[in-house]
Write a protein that binds this ligand. Structure first.
Ligand code: F6P
Length: 308
């Protein structure tokens, strides 16, 4: 998000526009928690995780009165266009607010889950999967040395994108995601076949939102039936949401930040900018909120073929 913020500020400055940063999202907008930003204010942040503007959930912004206060703050500060980085919640708020107060808002997709419609990749996703790959490579060393079966739970409350891509990246023996049914029998058969082939260890990547109930739940069920390996569980949790962004994320965030300012200057509003097939794509908020990115069936097949 910092890389995106930097791109927004620098693109606007390049085009002789003034930029104000809003701290803590919509909550800060209501409270007028603003700071003037120039090119120098965003120096040395491209490599930092998180966001220098911080983030918050705002209950007040869900109310008509809250949104009136937010609009008044924008008017008072001569703000006539907003770039909002986030996901479904951010765009739902933006869509309502923009319609009520006729303030142009451009959305930038920022979530590690990569489940937003209208862009191939969201900001944070690549960094998150690299974190998972790095962690699981380390876990694999122990798994291998001790003949263990590891269940590694990754983020993705409603989506399996992190699990699927990182699972392929680490050569996981199985990947369990909410978008596909998890069959215990099949999983056990697969482990059994691996055991017979003298596989010394196995790694199973489990998306937290998988209907099996997550890594602890599924590991318990497998353990009861398959005792050949010692079984361990690791939940990676919020390490996936921080850290220095990958090169791919920095470039994506920079491109999207520039596209967002370009879109505002072109008079676009209530729209999310994304990149689809290497080209800038505009998706109205209503559509971005309503649809979700579909899981890539070719990647699913690839995972199946490679984890025989
Ligand atoms: O950004 C979405 C997400 O990464 C989900 O996959 C995950 O369940 C959630 O955030 C966790 O966020 P928190 O626990 O900080 O609310």
């Amino acid at each position: 998000m910092n890389a995106c913020l930097r791109a927004v500020v620098r693109t606007a400055t390049y085009n002789k526009l003034e930029v104000v940063g809003i701290f803590r999202g919509y909550e800060g907008m209501i409270q007028g928690d603003f700071v003037k930003l120039d090119s120098h204010s965003v120096s040395n942040i491209i490599q930092r995780g998180g966001t220098m503007l911080k983030s918050a959930r705002s209950e007040e912004f869900r109310t008509v009165e809250g949104r009136i206060k937010a609009a008044e703050q924008l008017k008072k500060n001569n703000i006539d266009g907003v770039v909002a980085i986030g996901g479904d919640g951010t765009f739902t708020g933006a869509s309502i607010f923009s319609a009520e107060h006729n303030i142009p808002i451009i959305g930038v997709p920022g979530t590690i889950d990569n489940d937003l419609y209208g862009t191939d990749y969201t900001i944070g996703y690549d960094t998150a999967i690299n974190t998972v790959v790095d962690a699981v490579d380390k876990i694999r060393d122990t798994a291998d040395a001790h003949d263990r079966l590891f269940f590694v739970e990754v983020m993705g409350r409603d989506a399996g994108f992190i699990a699927l891509r990182s699972g392929i990246g680490v050569g996981a023996e199985a990947i369990l995601i909410p978008e596909t049914e998890t069959y215990l029998e099949e999983l056990i058969d697969k482990l059994q076949r691996g055991w017979e082939r003298k596989k010394s260890s196995s790694i199973i990547i489990v998306a937290e939102g998988d209907e099996s109930g997550g890594a602890y739940e599924i590991s318990k069920k497998v353990k009861e039936r398959f005792t050949q390996y010692e079984t361990k569980v690791t939940v990676l949790g919020h390490v996936q949401r921080g850290g220095s962004p990958s090169a791919a994320d920095r470039v994506l965030a920079s491109q999207l930040g520039k596209f967002a300012v370009d879109a505002l200057m072109d008079g676009k509003q209530k729209t999310m900018v994304g990149i689809v097939n290497r080209k800038v794509a505009y998706t109205p908020f209503e559509k971005a909120i309503k649809h979700h990115q579909k899981i890539n069936t070719e990647l699913l097949k690839l995972a199946e073929v490679l984890s025989l």
